[in-house]
Design a protein around this ligand. Structure first.
Ligand code: ADP
Length: 393
């Protein structure tokens, strides 16, 4: 039997008991903490699971660590399938192939600052894309960014409704404008006749009709401009179409008979492109309306449709007032109006909107002009399908 000191012997069980008690307590605390953690995790995933918004978390390496049920539905991936993949599996950007850090959502890991956008395309498992608005917020633990929470909304339906609203407004304003233009025209005529007959009071009434008509026209134009500006930010609705058919249709549907009579179309037989028909129609109508507006009422306007290299081109030439060379690059800026426009009504938004549309298709728009001789506005659209990144307006 070992030779124990009596004091030590009696003290040992007490220390042991204390240590055991402390261990037990620590164990219990840990158990309680892990229990609490489990409950919190279950609570968080119940919240994430019941959200209508898609939620996806990224780990420190920018790889997907979780997607919720809504995201599974929207993306076509299951949580298990997509875990561990990098964000390029679900988010399409211009930098998709090159550099993971170039994704703004991944850059949140470095910056720690929430990123928000409403102009992105997410990728489904089957390779198709859909427009989304998303936010990417840092997950911070002990002052360290340990991941990113990406929350996104599918904008497909919103954009479809926007498109419908825009189409409706365009049709309605076109329908309203035709009789309104006639009304203004006839009341101007009447005004002249009444003035000639020195019927001053009646002339004042006619003048009031002309003014009201002009005011109504401005209201319609403003509503149209506002809706177009909003819609200009929605993603493109690409489809295979014939540019020649689209231009012919645009002229028939949108131009007033007197202007239609001035327009001459020189074109190849057909020119298939992949584009957003409504948007390209708007570009064509903008260029044609300008050509008519900034030239004498009977002077010719020529539209040419042709290919050059890998691009489809539309050019619109007029023999109108023209623009000084130093102003040409500015015509496509928001609200820019050339000096030669003088008192001709306008908002300076048409060419700006046209540039956004053409650039979203991967193309370019530019102008050539000589003051007092005329102008040519040219838009190019690549014959190949626009790259997905270019779709964002
Ligand atoms: P708006 O015609 O409503 O002012 P746009 O954005 O369509 O706006 O055009 C911007 C400016 O470019 C016009 O204000 C005008 O000065 C000039 N411009 C556009 N098209 C022509 C044209 N065919 N001939 C002369 N100037 C033009």
């Amino acid at each position: 039997m070992p030779d124990y000191d009596v004091n030590t012997l009696s003290a040992e069980p007490v220390e042991l008991r204390e240590v055991t008690e402390q261990l037990l307590l620590a164990g219990l605390r840990e158990h309680a903490l892990s229990d609490q953690l489990q409950r919190q995790l279950a609570y968080s995933s119940a919240i994430a699971g019941s959200l209508a918004e898609g939620v996806c978390t990224l780990d420190r390496a920018g790889r997907i660590s979780f997607i919720n049920v809504a995201a599974e539905h929207l993306l076509g991936w299951s949580d298990a399938e997509v875990r561990g993949r990098d964000i390029a599996a679900i988010l399409q950007t211009s930098d998709a192939a090159s550099d993971l850090d170039a994704f703004p959502a991944v850059d949140v890991l470095r910056s720690g600052v929430t990123y928000r956008t409403s102009h992105a395309l997410f990728l489904r498992k089957d390779g198709t894309t859909f427009p989304v608005a998303y936010s990417a917020a840092p997950m911070v633990v002990a002052e360290q960014v340990v991941g990113v929470v990406v929350a996104f909304d599918d904008l497909t339906e919103v954009q479809r409704l926007q498109h419908m609203q825009e189409e409706y407004l365009a049709l309605m304003s076109h329908d309203l404008r035709t009789p309104l233009t006639a009304m203004i025209g006839y009341s101007q005529l009447l005004l002249g006749q009444l003035k000639e007959a020195t019927l001053e009071r009646a002339a004042r009434s006619a003048q009031a009709i002309v003014k009201s008509g002009a005011a109504m026209e401005r209201i319609i134009q403003n509503a149209l401009d506002r809706s177009r500006q909003q819609a200009d930010h929605a993603a493109l609705q690409l489809a295979r179409l014939d540019l020649v058919e689209l231009v012919t249709y645009s002229i028939e549907q949108n131009m007033l008979p007197l202007d239609r009579a001035r327009i001459e179309v020189e074109t190849v037989a057909s020119l298939p492109i992949i584009a957003d028909a409504i948007r390209i129609e708007r570009v064509v109508v903008n260029l044609l309306s300008n050509a008519c507006k900034y030239s004498a009422p009977t002077s010719p306007v020529v539209v040419r449709i042709f290919t050059m290299g890998t691009d489809a081109l539309i050019s619109v030439s007029d023999q109108g007032i023209g623009v000084d060379a130093d102003e040409l690059p500015h015509l496509f800026e928001k609200h820019y109006r050339a000096r030669t426009a003088g008192t001709i009504e306008g908002s300076g938004l048409g060419l700006y909107g046209s540039r956004l549309i053409v650039e979203a298709h991967g193309g370019r728009v530019w102008a050539q002009s000589t003051v007092g001789v005329g102008s040519t506005f040219i838009a190019s659209i690549p014959l190949t399908e626009p790259s997905p990144s270019a779709n964002e307006l």
